[in-house]
Design a protein around this ligand. Structure first.
Ligand SMILES: CC(C)(COP(=O)(O)OP(=O)(O)OC[C@H]1O[C@@H](n2cnc3c(N)ncnc32)[C@H](O)[C@@H]1OP(=O)(O)O)[C@@H](O)C(=O)NCCC(=O)NCCS
Length: 381
C-alpha cells in the first residue's frame, strides 16, 4: 500500500468527532479483528476518552493516508494515588500500525529537528503518534503515564521513547485451562491430559477448601453498600507501601465497569458463612485468539481473606461458565500465593510488562512501583 514516497499525516482526534471515530473503528475491524470484542465501535472511544471518564478527557492520535486511518495511539486518563496523594495519570495504549506502513513511508511534516536527530519520529508511525499524544497530555497536566505493552510495542517504548519497565516479573497472568480447549499441535494430547489434571485439582480444591465461602451475582449498587458497611474494607486507595495505585472510587468503578459500552461485567459478592467479605468483577469475552475467556478484572474487600482465597473464589465463579476455555487473572507474583494458585489448578503463564514515564521534571520518582496492578487498570479486560 505504501512506499517511501508516500507521506502520511498526523491528526489529533481529541474532539472525538463521529466521522474520525468511524474511520478508527473501520481500521481496527479491518486490520486487527478481535482486538476489540465483539468489534470496535466509536462508542468505545467516546466512553473512555470523553467527558464521562471521571479522571478527565483523553487523547486520540491517528495517522492518515488517503483519507484512511493507518495508525492509532490513545491516552486514557486515570487518577492515580502516589504516596497517598491524588495525581493525574494516563494509560497509553491502542498502538497499532497498518502492516504496510511499518517499515516504509514517512510523515508529511517532520518532527522538531532537535528532538529527532535520526528522523525516527518522522518515519515511525508508532513513535510519532505516541510522542504527539504525550506532548498534548503533558500540556493538559498529565504527569504519570503507564502502559502494559506486548512484545511488539515494549521494545520501542523503552528504546526510543524513554519509558522504563517497572513491573516485569512482579505481575503474572495466572490461567486455568479447560479440557474443552481444542489443543492443536504435537503436544495436544499431553496438554489436554494436563488440563484435565488441573480441572480435577480445582474440583478437589473446591470440595475440600470451600470452607463456608460462597459467591453470588449482585447489581452494581451492592458495591456501594458493601463499601459503606464493611469494617476493615481494603480499598487500594490506601496502600502506603507502593508508589502508585489506581484510585478506584465508586465513580471510577461505575464508569469503568457498569458504563462500559460493549462489555457486560459481573459483580460477584463473596461471602464467608453468609458474611460479605468482598467483590470480584469478572467478564466473559472472546480473545483475538478465538478463545472464550473469563477475565477476572478486579477485586477488593477484606484484606486477608480476599487475598488468600482468590483462587478458590475464581474456581467457584468458573462453575458458572461451562463454555469458557480459559480463565485469566493478573496477580502479584509471590511464591506463597503461587502455591495456592497451583492447588486450584491455575498455572502461571506469562509475566506482564508494565512501563512508566514521568512527563514532568521534578516529579520523577526514583524507583517507581505500582501495587496490585490488575486487568481492570488497563483496557485489556
Ligand atoms: C507495535 C507496533 C505499533 C510498532 O510499530 P512499528 O511501525 O513497528 O514502529 P517501530 O517504531 O517499532 O518500528 C520498528 C523499526 O522499524 C523502523 N521503522 C518504522 N517505520 C519506518 C519507516 N517508515 N521507514 C523505515 N523504518 C521504519 C523503526 O525505526 C524501527 O527501527 P529501530 O529498531 O531501528 O528503531 C506495530 O508493530 C504493530 O502495529 N503491531 C501489531 C499490533 C500490536 O501488537 N500493537 C501493540 C499493542 S500493545
Amino acid at each position: 500500500m505504501a512506499d517511501d514516497d508516500f507521506a502520511w499525516t498526523v491528526k489529533a482526534c481529541d474532539d472525538l468527532n463521529a466521522f474520525d471515530l468511524k474511520l478508527v473503528s473501520e481500521f481496527f475491524n479491518e486490520h486487527f479483528p478481535g482486538v476489540f470484542y465483539p468489534k470496535c465501535f466509536p462508542e468505545i472511544f467516546t466512553w473512555k476518552l470523553g467527558d464521562g471518564n471521571p479522571a478527565g478527557r483523553g487523547f486520540l492520535t491517528v495517522a492518515m493516508y488517503k483519507n484512511q486511518v493507518v495508525g492509532t495511539t490513545s491516552g486514557t486518563r486515570r487518577e492515580l494515588i502516589f504516596r497517598g496523594e491524588r495525581v493525574p495519570g494516563m494509560e497509553i495504549g491502542d498502538t497499532f500500525t497498518h502492516p504496510d506502513f511499518r517499515r516504509s513511508g514517512h510523515c508529511a511534516t517532520p518532527y522538531q529537528q532537535d528532538a529527532d536527530p535520526d528522523g525516527y519520529f518522522s518515519k515511525s508511525i508508532f513513535g510519532r503518534l505516541v510522542m504527539e499524544t504525550l506532548d498534548r497530555a503533558r500540556k493538559a497536566g498529565v504527569v504519570h503515564v503507564y502502559g502494559t505493552p506486548n512484545e511488539n510495542s515494549r521494545p520501542p517504548y523503552i528504546k526510543r521513547l524513554g519509558f522504563q519497565e517497572i513491573g516485569s516479573g512482579k505481575i503474572q497472568t495466572w490461567s486455568s485451562i479447560s479440557p474443552k480447549t481444542a489443543f492443536q499441535g504435537r503436544f495436544a494430547s499431553l496438554l489436554s491430559l494436563f488440563s484435565k489434571g488441573a480441572k480435577l485439582l480445582q474440583a478437589l480444591g473446591v470440595m475440600f477448601g470451600k470452607n463456608g465461602y460462597s459467591i453470588k451475582i449482585v447489581p452494581f449498587e451492592a458495591i456501594e453498600e458493601l463499601m459503606a458497611n464493611m469494617v476493615e474494607f481494603e480499598f487500594p486507595d490506601q496502600n502506603p507501601k507502593a508508589d502508585f495505585v489506581l484510585s478506584r472510587g465508586l465513580n471510577f468503578l461505575r464508569d469503568r465497569y457498569q458504563n462500559h459500552p460493549t462489555y457486560s461485567y459481573y459483580f460477584y459478592l463473596v461471602a464467608r458463612r453468609e458474611k460479605p467479605i468482598g467483590i470480584v468483577i469478572a467478564n466473559s469475552l472472546t480473545r483475538s485468539s478465538g478463545r472464550r475467556t473469563l477475565v477476572i478484572s478486579d477485586w477488593f474487600g477484606e484484606r486477608v481473606n480476599m487475598r488468600k482465597q482468590l483462587p478458590l473464589v475464581i474456581a467457584l465463579i468458573l462453575r458458572n461458565f461451562p463454555n469458557v476455555e480459559i480463565a485469566s487473572v493478573w496477580s502479584e507474583n509471590e511464591w506463597t500465593k503461587a502455591m495456592t494458585w497451583y492447588r486450584f489448578g491455575f498455572i502461571g503463564r506469562k509475566n506482564v510488562s508494565l512501563i512508566y514515564k514521568c512527563l514532568s521534571q521534578g516529579h520523577n520518582p526514583t524507583s517507581p512501583s505500582f501495587s496490585k496492578f490488575r486487568f481492570g487498570w488497563s483496557d485489556n479486560g
